[in-house]
Design a protein around this ligand. Structure first.
Ligand SMILES: O=C(O)Cc1cc(O)ccc1O
Ligand SMILES: [Fe+2]
Length: 320
């Protein structure tokens, strides 16, 4: 059965030369964090900058050029389903990501011989190579809707509370890969873009929580509102199913210090995102052994203290 997902982080310092990749297992959602990706596909070319995301569906051959040199970012891979726009429910006709902002390439082809051109194909989690002597990008024209595409995250139209309380971050879903169970995502791609915070009598940052979804977070640029320290662009965090988490001590204390009656405040210069799944990810050995693993991550919550004071009890008279 083809069901599940994978999350990867990439670094690259060399363009793909005389070779193309093809994923026979699933679809890629690519989130560059540093350095543009010039992606050539069988349907044409996509120039993808940090702040854009690209989707390469299962089976497309593609090649990546790095015009800015060293590059890094994140990739989500989904098996057995495809990304789609979330149902807007009561939001209605417009909002969040608009279909018009998803850009597919125009056809582009080269009719060239390339001795020793290598196709690397991922199939069942293993890599296979095949050599051919011509470019795979020889498709003169195409039609249909099974295509690679890109989306500029700054086009996203965020919705949120306008009076009180903190919404589930699913309100900012850009794309979702569904399961057969309505409302239970295989993988939601959610963003935390610049936006106004206006909620009254509300702890505005993400609440402390422990939930059934597994949350992988990345930061494209700026700061994340719940982690003033230690969560840097290009970094990642994983709060797995039912692992309690929330803002770090500094974010918590500075929010409390601002008091209860803060006016509208705009979060600017930021773009964080989350891959959120109902399935638990297993962490690879290489990630666990990485010299970049933050063994002290839990320290971000050290020193958290309660600001709760028992309210004075008033006698409430009830009718007899
Ligand atoms: O854990 C996180 O930082 C992500 C997150 C953000 C938010 O605003 C509410 C819930 C949530 O899981
Ligand atoms: Fe969370």
């Amino acid at each position: 059965m083809r069901h599940g997902y994978a999350i990867h982080m990439y670094t690259a310092n060399k363009s793909m030369d005389n070779c193309a990749f093809c994923n026979a297992d699933g679809d890629f959602l690519i989130v560059p964090q540093q350095g543009r990706l010039f992606i050539t596909t069988e349907c044409g070319r996509l120039n993808v900058s940090p702040g854009d995301v690209a989707i390469i569906p299962q089976g497309f051959r593609f090649n990546v050029n790095l015009p800015d040199g060293p590059s890094r970012g994140y990739v989500a891979e989904v098996f057995g389903t495809h990304f789609q726009l979330p149902d807007l429910g009561p939001i209605g006709a417009n909002g969040l990501a608009s279909p018009r902002d998803f850009l597919a390439p125009t056809a582009w082809f080269e009719d060239k011989s390339y001795p020793g051109y290598t196709i690397v194909q991922k199939f069942g989690g293993e890599l296979f190579t095949a050599i051919q002597d011509f470019s795979p990008f020889n498709v003169v024209a195409w039609h249909g809707n099974y295509v690679p595409y890109k989306y500029d995250l700054s086009k996203f139209c965020p919705y949120n509370t306008v009076l009180y309380d903190h919404s589930d971050p699913s309100i900012n879903t850009v794309l979702t890969a569904p399961t057969d169970k309505p409302g239970v995502a295989l993988l939601d791609f959610v963003i935390f873009p610049p936006r106004w915070l206006v909620a009254e009598h509300t702890f505005r940052p993400p609440y402390y929580h422990r939930n059934c979804m597994s949350e992988f977070m990345g930061l494209i640029h700026g700061n994340y509102e719940a982690k003033v320290d230690g969560f840097l662009p290009g970094g990642a965090s994983l709060h797995n199913c039912m692992t309690p988490h929330g803002p770090d001590t500094k974010s918590y204390e500075s929010t409390i210090a601002r008091g209860n009656n803060v006016g509208p405040h705009k979060i600017i210069d930021t773009m964080a995102f989350m891959f959120e799944s109902s399935l638990i990810p297993r962490i690879s050995q290489s990630a666990l052994e990485s010299p970049f693993l933050d063994h002290d991550y839990y320290q971000c919550w050290i020193g958290l203290r309660s600001h709760f004071t028992v309210p004075e009890l008033k006698t409430i008279k009830t009718k007899e």
